[in-house]
Every structure is written in C-alpha cells, then in structure tokens.
Design a protein around this ligand. Structure first.
Ligand code: UDP
Ligand code: MG
Length: 321
C-alpha cells in the first residue's frame, strides 16, 4: 500500500487515563491547555484538537473534575468507564472511543511525568509520514533507584522471553488514525499495549525526552501492580514459560532413565534393601513424566488461551463529547 499523505495541521487528540487523579488533574489540565493553545495558535495542530480524559472508575472526585473541565472549556472531553479496568484498558477505551474523530492520538499519563514539550516533535514526525511515534525517556534520574532497577530488570526479562519492546518507552506515544485502525484488530483481553504496538509496524520514529518526578498524588503502580504488569506482558505475548516447563519435565525424565539404569545395576549387584528399587524408580519416573505431561497440556492451553480472548475489555458509560 502506498504511504498516505498526512495533513499539515492535524487534528490531535490527547488521551489521558485517570485513576484517582483529583490532586494532579487541575494542574495537568492547566498545563495541557496552555500547551494545546500554543500549538493551535502556531498552526502546528488543528483547532479541532481535543484533550480526552478517561475516568477509569476512580473512587475520588476525578469524574466531577472532568465534568467541570468539560463544561468550562470545549477543549476537554471526558470518557467514563463503568468501573476500574486498569491503565491499559482505560487507555485503549479512550483511544477506541475517539479514533474516528481525529487524525492522530497522543497517549500520556495524568501526572505529566512525560515531558509535554515532546508533543511538538511527535507531531512533526507525524507530518513527515510516521504512523507511530514513540516517546522514549532519555534519562530516569527522577525515578527512585528501586523503580529504575526494577524497570531495567523488566525490559531484560521481557526481551529474554521473546517480547520485543522499545527500550525506555512507556505509554507516551503518537498513533495515527491508520495505526489505531490496525490496533483495533487486536482482540486480546490481556492488554499489553507497549508489546502490541511494535507489532503493527509501519513507518515509526522515536522522540527523546527527560522524565520528571510525579507532581501530585502518588504512583498508582506499587510493586504488586508492577509485578502483575510484567507477568501480564510475558504471558500475553509469549508461551516461553510453558515451554520451559516442558523442558524441565523432559530433563527430569532423562534423569529418571539414568536413575533407572543405576538402580538396576545396584539391584543386580545385590546392594539394595528389598523394595527400594521399585520405589525409587517410580518416584523419579512418575515425577518426570507428570511434569512433562503438564508441560504438554500447558502447551495446548497456552494456544487456546491466546485464541479465546474475546471478552470486552472495557465498558464506556458516558462520553462527554
Ligand atoms: N491509571 C489508570 N488506571 C489504573 C491505574 C493507573 O487509568 O488502574 C492511570 C493513572 O491515572 C496515570 C497512569 O495510569 O494517568 C499511570 O499511572 P501512574 O502514574 O500511577 O504510574 P507510574 O508512572 O508510577 O508507573
Ligand atoms: Mg506516573
């Protein structure tokens, strides 16, 4: 297919998932309004551009704040999910709800840890014909050493498991309408967007920026959620863990054969207590075989698992357009 000409002054929608962000939202809204206005005034983006705030089932006043912003300023739109679906689903919900109204979407977090001045470069790359532009952190000094360390380990582990990721890229990215249309074809329930998006391909680019500390509120990703997220990433994009179990079972089975030979030799040379041989052999052989069988069954479950993710991933309750 021929590469499409992107419009000069595109309609850009910022999509921002918000979960209990009542502290951060007012500041974030203020900064984004300034940024969007200056981009509109210089003609870099269309005046039709919007900021979409997705309320991911917050327990605090986040939705009331979004409603208020929407009433006061037409720049803001709100999407309310029926309950908390998690960051990834909330982001997808926002993107899928508005994808036909704009030329491109830029996704970012509500705490503005990702430098909003990188938007300029993202839009430029889009105008040059890129379908996906990744925001990449050039440094992470402002995150705690622990967060940096665990994040680094996470990328290494993911690569090891055969999942391709853009290094130091989170969910700050621009996706064109076309890329979003392709993304909508991915039907998995276990969403791991930063693993999926690189699979779309097309002409892509990277934009670098420094990551700032969270301004208001606290991280919604404690260690438990981060571990869950990593596990999700691996199991939804790779069947390697299952293969490792199969391998382990196979190895134990080999050991059991060696044990069998050894035990037989001991038996025939008369060095054993009555009944020991058969017991020892069955412990090893059955253990190994069981492990191997579980691995093989798992192999199939893994395949079925990858096929059956058809449940809706989110439910939009309200769209304040
Ligand atoms: N978030 C969400 N649903 C959740 C958890 C988080 O929509 O269940 C949003 C949150 O409001 C923020 C973004 O996802 O806009 C990233 O969360 P956070 O900044 O807490 O993560 P961190 O930057 O610490 O990884
Ligand atoms: Mg954050």
């Amino acid at each position: 297919m021929q590469s499409v000409q992107h419009p000069e002054s595109p309609v850009i929608y910022l999509v921002i998932p918000c979960y209990n962000e009542e502290d951060a939202l007012p500041v974030t809204a203020q900064k984004l309004t300034e940024k969007m206005n200056s981009l509109m005034q210089t003609g870099k983006i269309s005046k039709e551009s919007h900021i979409i705030l997705v309320n991911d089932g917050s327990k605090d006043r986040t939705w009331q704040i979004i409603e208020k912003l929407h009433n006061e300023n037409p720049l803001f739109s709100g999407v309310k999910l029926s309950r908390n679906c998690g960051h990834q689903s909330a982001l997808l919900a926002g993107m899928m709800t508005v994808r036909n109204e704009c030329d491109a979407i830029i996704s970012m977090d509500a705490d503005l840890q990702d430098d909003i001045n990188a938007i300029d470069a993202m839009v430029e790359k889009y105008c040059e014909g890129c379908e996906i532009v990744y925001g990449v952190r050039s440094q992470r000094e402002t995150d705690t050493a622990f967060k940096r360390g665990t994040a680094q380990g996470f990328y290494k582990l993911m690569n090891h498991m055969g999942v391709e990721l853009v290094y130091n890229h989170a969910d700050y990215r621009l996706m064109s309408r076309r890329a979003l249309e392709e993304l909508s074809e991915y039907e998995e329930v276990n969403l791991f967007l930063r693993g999926l998006v690189p699979m779309i391909g097309f002409k892509t680019a990277e934009v670098y920026y420094a990551r700032a500390p969270r301004m208001q509120g606290e991280s919604k990703y404690p260690l438990r959620k981060m571990l869950n997220f990593a596990f999700e990433g691996i199991t939804s994009l790779s069947v390697k863990p299952i293969r490792m179990i199969t391998g382990l079972g196979f190895a134990i089975f080999i050991v059991s054969i060696i044990m069998l030979i050894y035990i037989l030799i001991r038996h025939f040379t008369g060095h054993t207590v009555d009944g020991w041989s058969s017991t020892a052999v069955s412990v090893w052989a059955i253990g190994g075989l069981q492990m191997l069988s579980i691995g093989v069954v798992g192999e199939y479950i893994g395949k079925i698992y990858l096929e059956t993710k058809r449940r809706p991933r989110y439910h939009v309750e309200t769209y304040l357009k």
